[in-house]
Ligand binder design. Structure first.
Ligand SMILES: Cc1cc2nc3c(=O)[nH]c(=O)nc-3n(C[C@H](O)[C@H](O)[C@H](O)COP(=O)(O)OP(=O)(O)OC[C@H]3O[C@@H](n4cnc5c(N)ncnc54)[C@H](O)[C@@H]3O)c2cc1C
Length: 463
């Protein structure tokens, strides 16, 4: 059956029309995850409507979008072969770590190559989603610039709304009285914002380290506030992108301890002892949390262009007090404190107990993908991998498409699989001994996760 031709009958629910899209699947978001979901669902025979609130595809990588977190100098952190979709390689001529504009061009080409645009409704925001009878979903949309709402009913739902656009903004005592400028890293776009300023960068994630490096070159002073000790890996080791070196060790199935020993030796020989630069000693073994991939941070620390400082204790009118009692006097504070996933269009009980009324929190999922409560609901791309994301979401969305097909064709086998999904237990997908902070909620080790997903794919295919 070609689901696209299913009649759009009108049903009345709660006194308003609901246009029935039959067996079509709704995908929310046309970033990398939404695009690959549309493609894989189409390839499995499903009709798809994808809604994207921005006016272009590409999600976070589309720097024209207001909410895009990329800044002028953003390059991939994961190298090309570990970022690209498995069935759509990036051009050979591109560098190991393409610029954000190349990543956007890649996603646009992907959309064109697989003819996805005809299924995407741009400038259309999903404002509300409600479970409907028979496992269906009522999806209410509105023009991103306003206008009338419209509700359509779908047989299944894939949420691919991304988790790098809602700033995680810490609160500090005295912040209100501080006379300098305070911005979240999401508002940092260009190195010109730093020129001639005294800058305090808070946070040692990848963005925080990138911005500190830019401040080292552009600002008159750069302090980098780091809460705990991390491992700083260069982007290259043994002449190869570092994720490729790491992956070779994983492919050899070297035990974690052996990989830790090799990487520890390598970092000792290349980066050396980071405490020499005033950074705190890592409080965990390497791979117990994802290392920061940045070749330049240590270089600028070594040149005295970045001064590491501890956590922020509180703000004063003209200064920022640190937890060691010292103070700094920045004109500009950049909070590179990360992002939180937000699902404000979904009732919290659909996602699970951890999600609050604002739609912020950790949904309860199986394999970071399948809803445990609704068989026709998945979230794609809600991962923080030690590698590129696109391959992982490719296989996630193949798994969900296979699952929907299985429900259609082999209900008994589907029942058995669903028993496992809904049971409530899921193994950890990371080698890391992570703390229960939002930064680590979605952390996965890509080989471990892919092996788990492969089992699911086989199960769904053979059944
Ligand atoms: C600085 C930085 C560097 C990064 N580097 C890498 C890297 O090297 N490798 C890597 O793999 N990943 C990297 N990432 C992660 C990056 O987020 C992913 O690569 C990828 O963009 C995630 O795609 P997504 O589709 O899941 O989410 P997004 O790209 O955020 O796309 C989500 C889309 O959903 C849309 N949307 C949201 N809500 C609604 C709604 N209610 N209605 C309609 N549309 C909606 C948004 O407008 C958006 O277009 C980086 C992120 C940042 C911030």
């Amino acid at each position: 059956m070609d689901y696209d031709t299913a009649a759009a009958a009108t049903i009345w629910a709660n006194g308003r029309p609901v246009y029935d899209r039959g067996e079509n699947v709704c995908v929310i978001g046309a970033g990398a995850s939404g695009l690959v979901a549309v493609k894989n669902l189409r390839e499995h025979g499903f009709g798809v409507d994808c809604f994207e609130r921005e006016t272009g595809v590409g999600g976070a990588w589309n720097w024209r979008h207001d909410r895009s977190p990329v800044y002028g100098s953003t390059h991939l952190i994961s190298s090309k072969p570990f970022t690209q979709f498995p069935d759509f390689p990036m051009p050979d001529a591109w560098p190991d770590y393409p610029h954000h504009s190349q990543v956007l061009a890649y996603l646009e080409r992907y959309a064109d190559h697989f003819d996805l645009r005809q299924h995407i409704w741009l400038g259309t925001e999903v404002v509300h989603v409600e479970p409907a009878p028979d496992g269906h979903w009522d999806v209410t949309t509105r023009g991103a610039r306003g206008g009338a709402e419209r509700t359509q009913r779908y047989a299944a739902l894939v949420v691919a709304n991304g988790h790098n656009w809602a700033p995680k903004q810490p609160t500090y005592e005295g912040l209100g009285e501080f006379r300098g400028t305070v911005i979240h890293s999401s508002a940092y776009k260009d190195a010109a914002q730093l020129r001639g300023k005294r800058v305090l960068v808070v946070g040692a994630g990848n963005s925080g380290c990138d911005i500190a490096v830019e401040a080292a070159q552009q600002a008159v002073r750069c302090w980098h506030s780091v809460r705990r000790g991390y491992w700083y890996a260069p982007k290259y080791a043994f002449g190869r992108p570092v994720d490729q070196v790491n992956d070779s060790m994983l492919a050899l199935r070297l035990p974690l301890r052996v990989r830790q020993w090799i990487s520890h030796r390598t970092l000792k020989l290349t980066v050396g002892d980071v405490t020499r630069f005033g950074l705190p000693k890592p409080d965990h073994k390497i791979y117990e949390s994802h290392p920061i991939a940045n070749s330049q941070l240590v270089y600028y620390l070594g040149h005295g262009a970045i001064t590491p400082v501890p956590d922020v204790a509180r703000f004063h009118r003209n200064s920022v007090e640190l937890t060691d009692g010292a103070s700094v006097e920045p004109d500009l504070v950049i909070l590179a404190t990360g992002y939180l996933p937000r699902f404000e269009f979904l009732p919290p009980d659909v996602l699970g107990a951890d999600v609050d009324e604002q739609g912020t929190g950790r949904p309860k999922l199986y394999q970071h993908l399948f809803s445990r409560r609704y068989p026709t609901f998945a979230i794609a791309g809600l991962l923080q991998p030690d590698s590129g994301l696109f391959t992982l979401v490719h296989w996630q969305t193949v798994a969900f498409a296979r699952w929907l097909r299985l429900r259609d064709r082999a209900p008994a086998a589907a029942h058995a699989f669903w028993g496992k999904v809904s049971a409530g237990s899921d193994r950890g997908w990371t080698d890391a001994k992570v703390t229960d902070s939002t930064r680590h909620w979605y952390e996965i080790s890509h080989t471990k996760y892919l092996r788990g997903l492969q089992k699911t794919l086989d199960e769904l295919e053979q059944a």
